[in-house]
Design a protein around this ligand. Structure first.
Ligand SMILES: C[S@@+](CC[C@H](N)C(=O)[O-])C[C@H]1O[C@@H](n2cnc3c(N)ncnc32)[C@H](O)[C@@H]1O
Length: 246
């Protein structure tokens, strides 16, 4: 199977990276502060690559997905999620191609659009930012991926499975000038060479910078834990040795 083929794991990207892309989105959201009480809108949720991890994790009623290809959601529910989790967690879906985040009538702590703007026209990016700006909490975050280039894609059509590029400066200007959203670039990893950005309202700059600079050295204290663990192991072994000698 190739990316773009008519199978729920292939239509959304390279099928062998289906779980990797889901896990990566889930990890980034948690690193950015997502917790189970938060509400999230997954824009272009496709076959629930991250949805299948978010839906069981979030409290009931906190996952919202928008997707024009209903068959992708149906297949993911059948093959990956199951009726019981649907009944308990009550995710909501909108079958829509106009990014109608406002259609859910919710205030979102997080929105995510993974591999959506790598296929969209500039007017679709504009429409999506407009929708997000109206539904994002004042301290909320919108995580999105782009492919940066020297020029902006000029077409009006959604391109799929091919990709389009935009200049980072054009997107930053659009988000700020029209919707009052600041754009923070990040170095977060992406296995298909896309670039993660955070959009947020003014007042959240420090938080966004900290999240953008997130790196594993923040976990250096784990080295201390492992030293403490080694010393504990040593004590247990010498106690056992003494007991055996008796
Ligand atoms: C590359 S896939 C990414 C899916 C998902 N975000 C993920 O990470 O698995 C792109 C998705 O965008 C959906 N899509 C197409 N047109 C769209 C539109 N106008 N609005 C929102 N999603 C759209 C496609 O059906 C597809 O599911």
């Amino acid at each position: 199977m190739d990316a773009g083929d008519e199978h729920y794991k292939a239509y959304v990207g390279p099928p062998l990276k289906y779980d990797l892309l889901g896990a990566l989105q889930f990890t980034l959201l948690c690193a950015a502060g997502l917790r189970s009480n938060h509400k999230i809108c997954d824009i272009g949720c496709g076959s629930l690559r991250v949805g299948k991890m978010l839906i069981p994790y979030l409290n009931p009623g906190n996952y919202y997905g928008i997707e024009p290809n209903q068959w992708l959601i149906d297949e993911a529910i059948k093959e990956e999620i199951g009726a019981d989790i649907m009944r308990i967690k009550k995710p909501q879906f909108l079958n829509d191609s106009d990014f109608k985040v406002g259609g859910f009538n919710q205030r979102f702590d997080f929105c995510i659009a993974q591999s959506i703007f790598s296929h969209s026209s500039m007017s679709q990016v504009d429409q999506c930012l407009s929708e997000v700006a109206q539904s994002l909490a004042t301290d909320g975050l919108f995580l999105a991926t782009f492919i940066w280039g020297k020029n902006d894609y000029q077409g009006e059509e959604w391109v799929y499975p091919g990709c389009v590029e935009f200049k980072a400066s054009s997107i930053k200007e659009l988000a700020w000038e029209k919707y009052g959203l600041k754009m923070q670039r990040t170095n977060w990893p992406h296995p298909n060479g896309q670039n993660w950005v955070l959009f947020h309202f003014p007042g959240n700059e420090k938080k966004a910078e900290k999240i953008a600079q997130f790196n594993l050295s923040q976990y250096d204290s784990d080295t201390e834990n492992s030293k403490a663990n080694d010393s504990l192991k040593g004590k247990v072994i010498s106690k056992l040795t003494r007991a055996l000698k008796k």
